[in-house]
Design a binder for this molecule. Structure first.
Ligand code: GYE
Length: 356
């Protein structure tokens, strides 16, 4: 009797394993099999949250690329803008024995231990968009993302060209609405502005606070800046589109006008991301210049995973190319460190083709 039930139990286990979609194996050498015997790759992806249009577009892109039809099992985790949730998710991925971990880190610091755990478990970690700051860079396989510092420099170069074109050489007062403090996108964009203050002695920082990359916080921060020094502000440097939307909303409510004409009291708004809504605001004249940050990471990450699956070497660091957009056509090029960058004028046609 006892022998029969052990046999039945054993057969059941074999059957269940045979039908199950995923047989997780560490070290990436044996893949899970589905019923059609097609091998699939299991990926644990830790996403920061859904704080912005950029982030939502990025999530859609990775989900579409790592679909079941394409041969992937994607375990997606939304960390709700909390690093502790990302750490927890990564540890769960390790316990589940995923083939790869993909991480968009909310801030740069604090990853050494968890990445060491992944390394010890033999799971490659691919970092994208924002970066990790670790003592030992063998803790992750590679990183792909934007040059946030260069994005900031391009925004500042545009402002400098614009002021020159209008022969404005008086003191320029700038308010900086920063992204999530400690995030690569904030560090790079804020640092570029700090550099511009050193290079342009008549540019002055009159207010700086974090709006956490969200519309709601952008609005809140802009509101207190307007109360504190609204009549002085010439330029708002919003470190993403969502904070720019929030800032514009409260500016309108409090009777401030966005635009290019800073000598007649308009506030010139600079933004980053160039999402469809952001470019619409450029077309409407509310945002003067918008530096692109491309969120479509799905296909780029698929390329990396497929290369690793094929046993190929991947670049340790890859920067993606990005553009900048304005509502005016007469500044067609800007220079950063001796290199020219084209500024594209936003048109309704361009907007109609924008994917995100
Ligand atoms: O600019 C912002 C998002 O990390 C580049 O995060 C990304 C930034 C992006 O919330 O909109």
């Amino acid at each position: 009797m006892k022998r029969i039930s052990v046999f039945v139990l054993l057969m059941t286990c074999i059957l269940v394993a045979g039908c199950s979609k995923n047989i997780y194996k560490r070290n990436g050498d044996v893949r899970s099999e589905d019923n059609g015997n097609r091998s699939s790759v299991t990926i644990g992806l830790s996403q920061i949250g859904s704080e912005s249009d950029w982030r939502i577009a990025s999530t859609d892109s990775v989900k579409a690329a790592f679909s079941v039809e394409n041969g992937y099992d994607l375990i997606f985790d939304d960390a709700q803008q909390k690093q502790e949730n990302q750490l927890k998710a990564i540890r769960e991925f390790i316990d589940q024995g995923v083939d790869y971990i993909i991480l968009d880190p909310i801030v740069e610091s604090g990853w050494d231990s968890v990445l060491l755990e992944a390394k010890e478990a033999g799971i490659p970690v691919i970092v994208y968009d924002r970066r990790v700051e670790v003592d030992d860079d063998s803790l992750y396989t590679c990183w792909i993302g934007s040059d946030f510092h260069l994005e900031g420099k391009r925004a500042c170069a545009w402002l400098s060209e614009y002021l020159k074109s209008k022969s404005i050489d008086r003191e320029i007062k700038i308010a900086d609405i920063q992204g999530t403090l400690g995030a690569s996108a904030q560090i790079g964009r804020s640092e570029a502005l700090d550099e511009a203050f050193r290079q342009n002695r008549n540019w002055k920082l009159v207010a700086r606070d974090t709006g956490d990359f969200t519309t709601a916080k952008g609005k809140e921060v802009m509101n207190s800046m307007l109360k504190q020094c609204g009549d002085e502000i010439d330029v708002v440097y919003a470190e993403n589109d969502n904070m720019a939307y929030g800032a514009l909303e409260i500016m309108e409510q409090r009777g401030y006008k966005p635009g290019y004409d800073i000598d007649n009291g308009e506030i010139l708004v600079i933004s980053f991301d160039s999402s469809r809504n952001g470019l619409q605001m450029v077309l409407d004249g509310d945002i003067a210049v918008n530096v692109e940050c491309n969120p479509l990471y799905g296909p780029r990450l698929v390329e990396i995973i497929d290369a690793l699956e094929a046993g190929k070497e991947v670049e340790k660091e890859t920067f993606i190319d990005e553009e900048q957009f304005s509502g005016i056509g007469y500044i067609g090029t800007i220079q950063v460190d001796g290199k020219p960058y084209t500024v594209t004028q936003v048109t309704p046609e361009l907007l109609a083709e924008r994917q995100y």
